[in-house]
Ligand binder design. Structure first.
Ligand code: ADP
Ligand code: ZN
Length: 438
């Protein structure tokens, strides 16, 4: 691979041994920095008798206790910071999908490094200064807005900070500015296509789109393929979270087979969420990340609650940074119905294999006659020919396949296109109306 394919070969093209040397050096520095600057970490490390000098190898990381989302909430808003507030220039907060928001602080250097990471990701999938980048994320506390903005500018693309919503205006910008790269959450990418169809726009004929960056919410491989086919683009999976900066944590390369996690920024561990013991590569567990390139608010062994695995083996692209499999969801997204554990993504994976179905679906859990039940409503695509017999056969086939996958028989309802509620931000896929959850 030629060095022109790397954004910053100095870090991106490191060998395994070089990555690990750099990680140890940065880990030691981070632990010293946290111990000196963060009251939270100082007390925590003291309480278990660990000094920064106790960290002499990467394995020693395991001596440090986990940091949890609850720790961030307990110390809200600034309690974990490792620098005085006067050194911080921005704060972001998580979108609060699963509870109270949490705050993340950034110094000028943190913002620089974050922009570099996002630029590296975009460059990896072929973005170049000649490209026109349109960002459909909300700008503000949600890191998908400013995070991509500064990364795309750092790379040198012409950026269109269109922000969320107003789909007709997004399409006008695509046309007028000859947008080539778009960042969108998967549910919004599908929405863009719907409105293109309504407006008689054929993306292949009328637009210059070639690359889509999709992330921020779990989606299946079939959803990606659908979006690629609809828009005539290559779609790359982007993973990030506010606690780790935002976008730019892990990103697919052109192989589209796993997301490289930048190990000069993060040390990755996958642990069994119950025992908290490490699991071998290839096995699914909870992603635990340690930031080793942050100043304002480094996090040591942060339990992300995201479930994934490390893909074994080398990536044909040549990068040695480990690859994460696409996210299975968060441990708190897991549905427990009649004692069976189910992830919404399992249901999506089945649904998206049916060409007769559109992209939007809603899983409702409710108690009917003292029994817990699941209903899966899914929109029909335009390809479906209105015929009652065919509709019944389709419902039956979907029910059968879902039952095989999740071991529970849901009620499947096929509904007309556009009839399920749409959300502005991340899609809401599960509604839990069960008695004990109210
Ligand atoms: P919130 O935690 O309030 O949703 P964030 O914007 O920080 O706010 O969201 C980060 C979370 O979004 C991650 O922990 C993960 O669960 C999810 N996420 C981000 N990117 C992806 C992706 N590419 N695939 C699946 N889930 C993702
Ligand atoms: Zn690769």
């Amino acid at each position: 691979m030629s060095s022109s394919e790397f954004y910053n070969p100095e870090f991106e093209a490191l060998s395994r041994a070089e990555i690990e040397n750099l990680q140890l050096e940065r880990l030691q520095h981070t632990v010293e920095h946290c111990y000196a600057g963060s009251r939270f970490y100082h007390e925590r490390l003291d309480s278990i008798g660990i000094k920064p000098s106790s960290i002499t190898s990467l394995d020693d990381l395991r001596k440090i206790p986990f940091t949890t989302k609850q720790d961030l909430r307990d110390t809200y808003p600034f309690g974990i910071a490792s620098v005085p507030l006067s050194k911080c220039v921005r704060l972001h907060s998580s979108s609060g999908t699963t509870g109270n928001p949490t705050v993340v602080l950034h110094t000028q250097r943190d913002l620089e490094q974050w922009a570099n990471a996002v630029a590296r990701c975009l460059y990896m999938v072929g973005c170049r200064p000649e490209d026109v980048f349109q960002n459909t994320s909300g700008y503000g506390m949600f890191t998908g807005g400013l995070g991509f903005q500064y990364g795309a500018e750092r790379l040198g693309m012409l950026t269109v900070p269109a922000a969320a919503g107003n789909t007709l205006r997004q399409l006008k910008f695509f046309k007028d500015f000859r947008t080539t790269v778009v960042h969108a959450i998967p549910s919004y990418a599908a929405r863009l296509y719907e409105v293109m169809c309504e407006q008689g726009i054929d993306p292949r004929r009328d637009l210059a789109l070639k690359t889509l960056v999709i992330g921020a919410e779990p989606h299946s491989e079939d959803t990606r393929k659908r979006i690629e086919n609809m828009l005539g683009v290559k779609a790359y999976n982007s993973f990030g979270m506010s606690e780790m900066c935002g976008p730019g944590v892990a990103f697919e390369c052109k192989e589209q087979n796993g997301l490289h996690i930048w190990e000069d920024y993060y040390i990755v561990e996958i642990v069994n969420p119950d025992t908290l013991e490490p699991v071998p590569d290839g096995e699914v567990g909870e992603l635990v990340l340690t930031t080793i390139n942050r100043e304002a608010m480094p996090l040591l062994r942060y339990r992300t609650r995201d479930l994934t695995r490390i893909l074994p083996g080398d990536c044909p692209c040549g990068r040695q940074h480990k690859r994460l499999d696409r996210m299975k969801g968060r441990s708190d997204d897991m549905i427990i119905l009649k004692g069976v554990n189910i992830f919404p993504i399992q249901i999506e994976t089945i649904l998206m294999q049916f060409k007769e179905l559109a992209s939007d679906y809603l899983i409702t859990l409710e108690t009917l006659d003292d029994n817990d039940a699941m209903t899966v409503e899914v929109e029909l695509s335009d390809m479906f020919i209105d015929d009652y017999g065919a509709l019944q056969r389709l419902e039956k086939e979907i029910t059968r396949q879902l039952r095989d996958e999740i071991l529970i028989t849901p009620k499947v309802r096929l509904v007309p296109k556009g009839s399920l509620p749409k959300s502005e931000g991340k899609a809401v896929r599960v509604k839990d109306l069960r008695k004990q959850y109210q």
